[in-house]
Design a binder for this molecule. Structure first.
Ligand code: PRX
Length: 645
């Protein structure tokens, strides 16, 4: 057996779980022994949730890229590390072996060093889904630079905010990115983001779409030129090397921005050792990876799922990770199935929103596609409805593939609650059991543990974690207090997830969704306050309130109630202008699905917007609006109901 800590039976799961709780230090130490360290740890775990302060494998030194690449070279050097499927189906697939990945990552590390990047510097990566994105991420990790990948759907303004917050000094981007029939001008968006920026020294541009770009003297350099130069420096007599910088276990590995219920997105910081152990452990156990399997995670590396289950988890396990540049519905809705067929994919990991969207095209796109290689299916990002679960199970998995419903968050680094494929039972719509080391607890609004079962025999409450697992968020970049108040201060001595959940008598969990003002649109997290701020930037807008509503494909849609100064212009034109504003400020992913113009918003006498009422109206539950007597002007409610779109 290649992975000594792979759980193969229910009993092994139960034993591992028990050991991980009774003696976490011994448990994680026995897992961590199977990694490559430059120095062993002095202590497995130090923590308190008050500050919060969490340290895993303190004293250890390592470089995550040696674990993701170098240690596989002797045995798997010529095996594929990354299989890349381009957006255009007729373009050539690229297969990157571990040897080749090693060379490219060493080259990037050399290139970054040549350009002056040092350990601890923040490097922003804004690229499409090309293998060079993985090289860039790993090249940063090789020299200890902290990468901050930004999803290609974010606007110049969003990038500018993130660059400022992270005080980033370098950017790696592409001329453009292909996504379906679109060509996104990444470099030109970066140029806009850099207007007024004072920290960025260099922008490295990889050529992908051959879109014209303006290269600014002394600031912008071509990836190809720099990489060619670096190649001559890292290769001597056919031997490739670039020393991996020694990192302390708790040195930051990356920053990834995510939305919360208030203010601007926050930079979630993950550190080297714990994140490495956790992504590897969860990858191997949840998906039951066996060497040689082709793992296809359809996420973008701009999100945490791509970080953990395209790059770090699979590569640290010596796996073959399939990276797809395009979208599921282009050139047609059979694209995923073509890819599964073409590359003999064994594990498919995608989002419920993608499943629902493909389900809408019926069974025709699946016809004639050979899906017999599939062994395991996975979902992530949002609750999966039973209809989509059954479609996935029957049409894609042909009822032979276990489905893992993996619950986790940007802040958790990797999967916390999930069944283990083919080992522990799957229940449609349920994430089921906590992984070893994970101690979920359901609490009420005051933080007291829920002890009473409801009429259905379930415990229902807000989902918290009692103790740290190795990949728990360490801080929010530049503002530790924000990390404390967001996650560790709502309830005492626990990490608060922001989600609500149910637990049944078997100890299985069902996630019911966010209990804060965070929306989950197509598996993307968006704060209502963020969207409101963007709408309010429009010159004609006085005030706005944003809520979620159930959406057949996206899971949740964005419903905006907007008060405008003068609506003498065509309503539809104003709507378009507002959408354009949101696109500019945040990015197209945050565009409201519905905008209703209103004269007033339901407010309490103290001026607080009663979102509960707005949510009910958006959901179409007009008959059940609850008590409106505390409103300053109850009249606005009926006006809003009458104007609902
Ligand atoms: O509400 C939960 C939902 O997605 C949120 C985390 O979003 P993000 O940090 O963007 O990470 C998404 C990918 C890990 C959670 O708070 N969520 C994630 N997975 C599930 C889920 N809801 C239900 N079931 C899931 N499997």
């Amino acid at each position: 057996m290649l992975y000594p800590y792979q759980i193969r039976t229910v009993e092994e799961y139960q034993n591992a779980y028990r050991e991980s709780i009774e003696n976490p230090e011994a448990f994680w130490s026995s897992v961590a022994e199977h990694f490559t360290w430059k120095r062993r740890w002095d202590a497995v775990l130090n923590w308190n949730f008050k500050d919060p302060h969490v340290e895993w494998f303190k004293g250890a030194q390592l470089n995550i890229t040696e674990n993701c690449i170098d240690r596989h070279l002797a045995t798997r050097g010529e095996e594929p590390a990354i299989i890349w499927e381009p957006n255009h189906p007729e373009e050539r697939t690229r297969v990157v072996t571990y040897n080749r990945l090693h060379k490219r990552v060493c080259q990037v590390a050399q290139m970054l060093t040549n350009l002056g990047v040092q350990k601890g510097d923040r490097v922003c990566i804004y690229m499409g889904m090309v293998p060079e994105l993985a090289y860039a991420v790993l090249g940063c990790a090789r020299i200890g630079a902290v990468h901050s990948v930004i999803f290609g759907g974010f606007s110049a303004q969003s990038i500018a905010d993130r660059l400022e917050d992270a005080q980033a000094t370098y950017i790696i981007t592409c001329d453009g990115a292909f996504r379906g029939n679109k060509d996104i001008p990444l470099k030109s968006i970066i140029d806009d983001a850099l207007i007024g920026n004072k920290t960025v020294k260099k922008v490295i541009v990889y050529t992908r779409t051959r879109t014209p770009v303006s290269m600014i003297k002394n600031r912008d350099v071509w990836w190809e030129d720099e990489m060619e130069h670096a190649e001559s420096q890292i290769e001597r007599d056919g031997v490739v090397s670039f020393p991996a910088v020694k990192m302390d276990a708790e040195d930051p590995l990356f920053i990834l921005y995510t939305s919360g219920s208030t203010g601007k997105p926050k930079g979630v910081v993950h550190s080297c050792a714990g994140y490495m152990v956790w992504t590897n452990y969860t990858f191997i156990n949840v998906f039951q990876y066996t060497p040689g399997d082709v793992h296809f995670c359809t996420a973008d590396v701009g999100w945490i799922t791509g970080h953990s289950y395209i790059v770090y988890g699979p590569l640290s396990a010596g796996a073959t990770s399939l990276m797809f540049e395009g979208i599921p519905t282009w050139p047609d809705a059979g694209r995923f199935w073509d890819i599964v067929d073409k590359h003999q994919v064994n594990i498919l990991y995608t989002a419920p929103t993608a499943i629902r969207s493909l389900m809408g095209y019926g069974e025709a796109p699946l016809q004639g596609k050979n899906l017999t290689s599939l062994k395991v299916l996975g979902t992530v990002g949002e609750p999966i409805n039973e209809e989509a679960w059954h479609w996935y199970n029957e049409q894609v998995g042909k009822k032979r593939c276990p489905i893992v419903d993996t619950w986790w968050q940007t802040e958790t680094g990797g999967i916390l609650i999930s069944n283990l494929a083919g080992i522990t039972p799957a229940v449609p719509g349920w994430a089921t059991l906590p992984l070893p080391g994970v101690q979920p607890v359901l609490v009420d609004e005051q933080g007291a543990e829920i002890t009473q079962q409801d009429a259905d025999g379930m415990w229902k409450g807000n989902l918290c974690m009692r103790a740290p697992w190795p990949a728990i968020i360490r801080t929010t970049y530049g503002d530790h207090e924000r990390c404390r108040t967001n996650y560790f201060a709502t309830y005492e001595n626990v990490y608060f997830t922001g989600d609500g959940a149910l637990k049944n008598e078997e100890g299985q969990f069902r996630i019911t969704g966010r209990v804060d003002d965070v929306l989950n649109v197509s598996g993307h997290r968006i704060g209502t306050a963020e969207v409101e701020n963007a709408i309010n930037m429009h010159a004609g807008v006085v005030e706005s309130a944003v809520v979620g509503f159930p959406h057949d494909i996206k899971g949740q849609g964005i419903y905006a109630y907007v008060i405008c100064t003068n609506l003498h212009k065509d309503e539809n034109m104003t709507r378009q202008d507002i959408l354009q504003t949101v696109s500019r400020i945040i990015g197209p992913i945050a565009k409201p699905d519905k905008i209703q113009f209103v004269k007033g918003l339901p407010k309490t006498r103290s001026g607080k917007i009663m979102r509960r009422i707005l949510r009910k109206i958006a959901e179409g539950e007009m008959a059940n609006l609850g008590d409106t007597s505390t409103l300053l002007d109850p009249g606005v409610v009926s006006e809003i109901v009458d104007g609902k779109i």
